[in-house]
Design a binder for this molecule. Sequence first.
Ligand code: ADP
Ligand code: MG
Length: 849
Amino acid sequence: MKQYKQIKQDYPDKILFFRLGDFYEMFDEDAVEVSALLNLTLTHKGDSPMCGIPYHAVKNYLKRLLDAGKKIAICEQMSLSDSPKALARREVVRIVTPATVVEEDFLTDTDSSYILSVFQRYCAFCEVSTGEFRLRELGKENRIASLRAIIEQIRPKELLVCEDEYFLDSDFKEAVDLSPAMITKLPPWYFSTSASYKLLCEQAGVSSLAAFGIDEKNRIAGPAGALLRYIRETSKSPVDHITNYTLDVESSYVSIDESSRKNLELFRNLYDGSSSNTLFETINRCRTNSGTRLLKNFLNFPLHDKSAIEDRQKRVKYFYDNSSELERVRSLISGSRDLNRLMTRIILKRAVPRDLTGIKQSIGTFFSIVSEDPQRYSELFDSVLTDNTNLEKAYSLMQEIDRAVNEDFLGQFNAGEVIKDGYDSILDEKRTLMENGNSVLSSYLEEEKSESGLSILKLGYNRVYGYYLEIPKGQVSRAPQYFIRIQTLVNGERFTTEKLKEFEREINLASAEAENRERELYNNLLASVQDISSTLNAMGSFMSLLDVYQALATLAVDSEYVCPQITEEDVLEIRGGRHPVVEKHLGSGKFVSNDLDMSVRFCLITGPNMAGKSTYLRQNALIILLSHIGSFVPATSAVIGLTDRIFCRVGAMDNLARGESTFLVEMQETSYILRNCTDRSFVIVDEVGRGTSTQDGMSLAYAIMKDLIAKNAKTLFATHYHELTMMDISGIRLLTPAVEDSGKSVVFLRKMIEGAASSSYGIHVARLAGVPYQVIREAKSFQNRHFADYGVNKGQSSLFSSSDESIVEEETLPSSAADIIKELQECNPEQMTPVQALILLSKLKEEAQ
Ligand code: ADP
Ligand code: MG
């Protein structure tokens, strides 16, 4: 207990798994907490509460504790002392946290598992399981929005922050606390620029980070150093696989803020947060887990560089144009395993024997894919295929693993199960000796039986006494003189003999030698894998890319997408565009395609509910996004000018988690757009102003529209305030979904045409929704009474004949100029709502005419 308490002192905020023989035990508060969390029996050791779990079942328990937001320090018995009375030496060998684990059982195959470290205006994030390590500067104007965007973008499992900043800056704290990630507050010295810089250099084995674009004064080193230190400390390993840092320059990606990301429903839909009906689910045709993660990465980091995008397009096109090659690669690629994660486990010495089989399979897949046309593939994907010596090594390694490793064995290293018979003559020899030992023993037993006349004699083995001969109680007196008693049981006694001891020594020796040899062979294999780790990692990356490109090509073929033309010019022209998700949902041929031409930079879209406005807005944003990841797009043709930012503000949505009202959120999102959009941005604004009163809402919508026009961003602006189309509309294009209105029934054609909506058909939709007839009638009559003169409702055929029409007709219009002037004098603009003002204005205009 003294030893326990001493070790626990260093890990006050972690659960300490204290190894005692075959168990990990927990004591005191840890025991109380964990027994409740995992439903374990709580016992006592002296005064201390205690609970334990068998060591071989540890993974399952660890996972549940991680899910419950705990960190676990694993304390092992390092060496058992010779004397049974002395203490074993114990040491914490690693700390298990949600994103520093690399074992297969703890990772989600198709999700990256990032740790994000933030300090001031800088951040760094790492995926320990693959060694990806990136540094990034947060936005200058709005650090918190930028932080939120990156949290939404990479969805880290863990967040590292500086404790001072966390406690002093409440906005920062709020943004951090909202993330579901596990938060670790580190002392400020972790983030020191100079110490961090040194640490980063040491890790990469370089004397300066110039090659990575980071100089000594760059404060971005701070959070990166803290991150690296944290990873090293928790894994208690030099994490040799982290050797490369990527400096993310914000301008090299299309920037999409947090709420736009959510609103575009890239990975999670807005109604239940699941992946169904999302863009990713719709476009994903990857066949491997690493490919799936990479495609997510593509979608999360759309490129803002024409040639980089065209590079990707070229590769997708290669498969798009070669259907037989596409089919071949598509079926082969699924044979590859998660090579980069496998390599990380090898380098961190956390591999299990079956990981070698995974590596063998992946190498095999690689060769069967490229051997068809190595020239072609080395042109398409430079790098890996150039280093022939290492490729040859990889090939023979694959054959070696195939000869050596038993594919069927799944567990941790266990003597006798890992290396196949017939692979190594020395191992075979030792194994034969061991097995001979067994037959020697059984013939020895027969010998003793006949010599002593004790046919009842049994041979057994236990860990404390080794091999023994057992005689049942009644016969014990017949034991020969040379039998040495070692144990007395209720119904018999156990003996050994000099000869048996000798046999035992030989057998033990043989089995120890066999185990050593097997371990040596296994370690040699691991070492040869590690020898060519950079080649194998490159192979892994190559196959992930290949999977993504085949997936994008498959998508383009099976969903009839086209390759967009990317241009530096400020144009945007989409012909026959479709919404990828809605189209898939409706089934083929049912979706009505629509064009987009942004030569007029502001489109005001009005139209009835359910006519397809929102769909149109989003489809264009998604097509632009897909174009920037190098994918083909759902259209018949598309010319896409490079876009720096995509903004997407859609219908009112509560953000209860943040405790903000719908309207506040709406305005926050809008204000972010207005402050950040440029003339190279694409903006969609759907139904802004819905969350407040009509007057406020319409006035705001109008002002926001004006401001966006002034900012010159390419904007699609959908609104149910049809009055906006009666304002000054010079320089903007009016669009509306076509509606076929026969007077009796209304059909939405889903085709965008020039013009303004003549009616919102709200009453029509209400009727379709089954609102009682008298309510519909009342609404209709109210509309006729109060909005009869109101431009939008004019000239529209009546869906319902109203018995109250007389009321409308009774109202007489003033006819002289004096009446108009009088009316103007009497009105009080300060007290009017915008609607009333508009009604009055259009009425006066009509009178004047
Ligand atoms: P609005 O925003 O005008 O109320 P939505 O865009 O939400 O309308 O569209 C309503 C429904 O109409 C969608 O869920 C979809 O099923 C259907 N829809 C929209 N656009 C199309 C289209 N172009 N082709 C076929 N169906 C469409
Ligand atoms: Mg809508």
